[in-house]
Design a protein around this ligand. Structure first.
Ligand SMILES: CC(C)(COP(=O)(O)OP(=O)(O)OC[C@H]1O[C@@H](n2cnc3c(N)ncnc32)[C@H](O)[C@@H]1OP(=O)(O)O)[C@@H](O)C(=O)NCCC(=O)NCCS
Length: 195
């Protein structure tokens, strides 16, 4: 019989170092910078994300978000990181390993966003490349999945650059920007890139 580890971090989760960026857990002190960046990036992010609740950028919604992330981490259901630029500590975006499935799946779903002023500088390539060893070694996952809308050229290029392989096409897979939208399905398996 096979036994699969679930990760229970008794110590605070260490930050993950990437090329020019660091992935670290969000905290309440991040609220002003996070809200300002999300607000400035609203029109850019809107077509690719679920509809934002009306109070999404308020301090109390951020507090609930932090609580949910902590609970997900404690119960090994998900790992949400902020992406910070090393040169000046600026918050540039976010990345999440969500919907962790243990047992015979050992899989997670990858999500990410980059603040508009920081796009196309390689930051998300660095962040995804850094989270992959964490997913496969620290969390002992076997599979990291990602999905994107076929017109999302940036996301497709990012996934292909970081070793994800296109596996399929799912009709009306996620409700994005208020519409059930078809998605391309990508995955990366533990082991070599492009597997
Ligand atoms: C997708 C996203 C996270 C990429 O972040 P980023 O930090 O700009 O990505 P990188 O700078 O690491 O670029 C990765 C690759 O994608 C390419 N790319 C990025 N944005 C692009 C765009 N709008 N069109 C075409 N290619 C793009 C980059 O040129 C690079 O490829 P290259 O090295 O061959 O030139 C960012 O564009 C974003 O947040 N988009 C909106 C939200 C979103 O799409 N979320 C994911 C939903 S699935």
């Amino acid at each position: 019989m096979a036994f699969f580890r679930t990760s229970n971090f008794s110590d605070p989760l260490a930050a993950i170092a990437g090329d020019g960026v660091t992935l670290r857990l969000p905290q309440m002190a991040d609220y002003p910078e996070w809200a300002a960046l999300r607000d400035a990036s609203r029109e850019f992010l809107k077509p690719w994300e679920p509809i934002w609740p009306v109070d999404d950028l308020t301090r109390s919604a951020f507090r609930r978000r932090i609580r949910r992330y902590s609970e997900d981490l404690r119960t090994d259901q998900g790992y949400a990181f902020l992406v910070v630029r090393n040169v000046d500590g600026a918050l540039v975006g976010g990345l999440t390993l969500a919907n962790i499935r243990r047992g015979v799946a050992q899989a997670a779903s990858l999500g990410y966003w980059m603040g508009l002023p920081f796009t196309r500088r390689g930051h998300m390539t660095a962040a995804v490349s850094a989270v992959i060893p964490f997913a496969f070694s620290t969390l002992r996952l076997h599979r990291v999945e990602a999905a994107c809308i076929p017109t999302n050229a940036g996301s497709m290029r990012l996934l292909e650059k970081t070793g994800f392989v296109r596996e399929g096409y799912a009709r009306e897979y996620l409700c994005i920007n208020g519409i059930w939208q078809d998605h391309l399905l990508y995955a990366r398996l533990a082991g070599v890139a492009g597997s």
